[in-house]
Design a protein around this ligand. Structure first.
Ligand SMILES: [Zn+2]
Length: 571
């Protein structure tokens, strides 16, 4: 008698092999058989008409704050994610010195837009070292598995204090101390080390995060620590430029240590190489013993501008600020509907000097109303600029009216890197073995981004709905979100449906799988806000053999554990 049998499903096992029908049997936290007819189970789930897949493994999140107060890690767990990796891009909360906690909070607020007030209210900093941090994480209950990186910014601030925060060069002694922390962190179970080399990442006080300009000796020191530990991924966000030619040292480091390097190319004012060049470089070097991989997302990161967001086309206008400061949403909506106020705001200009922010609030050719269902790959005709022309309005008028829709909950979608008004050039990247699916950024950018539902979007848009060009085969899409991501991080116990693997499973009503429009909720500690995105179609999600969600509702089961790397102590 099995503990659980999933009957008659359409099984997509994560290997990339063609789907087949049959049963999946589970004993305890493991899968014992896949396909064919299984013997009886104490519990049986009829999966007739459902997809049966491995749980999603999401490797790029920033739940470092939320993990402290939310056992559900929503919205990722709503979207079938059963394992997530946090501590990306160099930011995180360990190690930390007593009295220096504020620095890490300020950094997380600045880089990832997680409110300081929320983090202050929720984090108790019961740790100093990274190993102590992992132990605190292990004691908490949660619905899914989490793993994390040792974040370089925190390590640098810990070892070098003010000098580290001010981005002064590290001495050989500093580097040795940082490397020891990384090595010990990975030995304690961290899944790697992460760092940030982009000008986009600043603390709340607008300082570049520690390590942004770290010398090659420093990053090599961190990477060699992974080599010594024999485990872990080197994750980084980078502008892919600089005097040190980032890619060159990465290739060298990876070949020397055997450790994978997982890079997210940011687009900042100093950005160098673009994706096709980066992939050429990766292919060339991987053929010679490096293991580099570029992070890509199933859609480009996008700003969601609304009256509740951090930014919208009128948020910097002096008139808007004067009239609206301190007002609730409904009060602002009432005021904005007043024709005199409308004229005053529409006649005003954005009060920003910074080029990037100005572009953000005024590039109406790249602004799109986001409706229900949300269309994330709109045509040029759908832009606020094009629509305003057709409707005989100014783009400002149309933007204003869009924000007022649904009682002030209307959303203007602004994808970054969408100059071609199409994802045609993204598709080959998503299917390329030199890339890895990533960048959902769950838990972060609370006031203006909501991409945590990207694993769902991969299925709804790329496998099922896309009309504007070719789609992606189901089996490949699922492999990319399960086996490929799990394997990169050395998590060989998951990512596939096969006998002996962990029973992390999604049962999906594929025809009914549907993303709702993003919505702002105010459920963070200290009344912080965040965008979430709801979803229909996940009938069951299992983690370690326990049903955690049934028909979209949590069951209360909390089987989640901290994923510790293969070489962690005690394993
Ligand atoms: Zn990140």
């Amino acid at each position: 008698m099995h503990d659980l049998v999933v009957r008659h499903g359409k099984i997509v096992d994560g290997s990339g092999a063609p789907a087949f029908s049959g049963d999946v049997a589970v004993d305890g936290d493991k899968i014992v058989s896949v396909g064919g007819k299984a013997g009886p189970g104490r519990r049986e789930i009829d999966a007739n008409g459902l997809l049966v897949t491995p749980g999603w493994v999401d490797i790029h999140t920033h739940y470092d704050g939320q993990v402290a107060w939310d056992p559900y890690l929503s919205p990722s767990s709503w979207h079938g994610v059963t394992t997530l990796v946090m501590g990306n891009c160099g930011v995180g909360f360990a190690p930390v010195r007593r009295g220096k906690e504020d620095f890490l909070i300020n950094m997380m607020d600045g880089v990832e837009d997680i409110p300081t007030e929320t983090l202050n209210a929720a984090l108790n900093f019961e740790w100093e070292s990274f190993a102590e941090y992992l132990d605190v994480l292990s004691r908490m209950k949660r619905v899914l598995d989490v793993g994390t990186h040792v974040p370089h910014c925190a390590v640098r601030a810990y070892v070098m204090g003010e000098r580290g925060a001010a981005n002064e060069p590290a001495t050989p002694d500093d580097i040795a101390q940082m490397a020891a922390i990384v090595r010990d962190g990975v030995r304690a179970g961290a899944l790697g080390v992460s760092t940030s080399r982009t000008l986009l990442h600043r603390t709340r006080d607008k300082a570049y995060v520690p390590g942004t300009f770290a010398g090659v000796d420093e990053v090599l020191g961190l990477g060699r620590a992974l080599g010594q530990a024999g485990s872990g991924v080197f994750e980084m966000v980078t502008d892919v430029t600089g005097p040190d030619a980032d890619l060159e040292w990465m290739a060298r480091l990876s070949a020397e240590t055997g450790r994978p390097i997982c890079l997210a190319a940011a687009i900042s004012s100093r950005s160098g190489m673009r994706m096709p060049q980066i992939l050429d470089f990766i292919r060339r070097n991987n053929a010679n013993g490096s293991h580099l991989v570029a992070q890509v997302a199933a859609r480009p990161p996008a700003l969601l501008m609304s009256l509740q967001s951090s930014v919208h086309p009128f948020s910097t206008h002096r008139s808007y600020r004067q009239l609206m400061t301190g007002l609730s949403l409904s009060e602002r909506v009432a005021k904005m509907r007043d024709l005199g106020v409308r004229a005053q705001i529409l006649n005003d200009q954005p009060a920003v000097r910074e080029e990037q922010t100005l572009a953000m609030v005024s590039h109406f050719e790249q602004h799109f109303p986001l409706g229900d269902p949300p269309d994330y790959e709109p045509t040029v005709e759908m832009s606020i600029l094009a629509r305003a022309r057709r409707e005989g309005k100014t783009p400002q008028e149309l933007a204003y009216d869009t924000l007022l829709e649904r009682d002030g909950r209307g959303i203007i979608y602004m994808p970054l890197a969408f100059k071609e008004y199409s994802f045609d050039s993204l598709r080959p990247l998503l299917m390329d073995s030199a890339t890895i699916l990533s960048l959902s950024d769950g838990g972060a950018h609370c006031g203006v981004i909501c991409d945590a539902g990207i694993p769902t979007y991969l299925l709804t848009h790329w496998v099922r709905d896309r009309q504007r060009g070719p789609r992606i085969p189901l089996e490949l899409a699922i492999k990319r979100q399960t086996k490929d991501t799990a394997e990169l991080y050395g998590m060989r116990d998951r990512g596939m449906l096969a006998a002996g693997m962990k029973a992390d499973i999604n049962l999906i009503d594929f025809d009914k799988l549907r993303l709702h429009p993003p919505e702002m909720v105010f459920d963070l500690p200290a009344n912080g806000r965040r965008f979430v995105q709801r979803v229909d179609g996940y009938k069951y999600t299992l983690v370690s053999g326990d049903v955690t969600y049934e028909n979209g509702a949590p069951t209360g089961a909390m089987p989640g554990k901290v994923v510790r790397g293969l070489h962690a102590d005690g394993e």
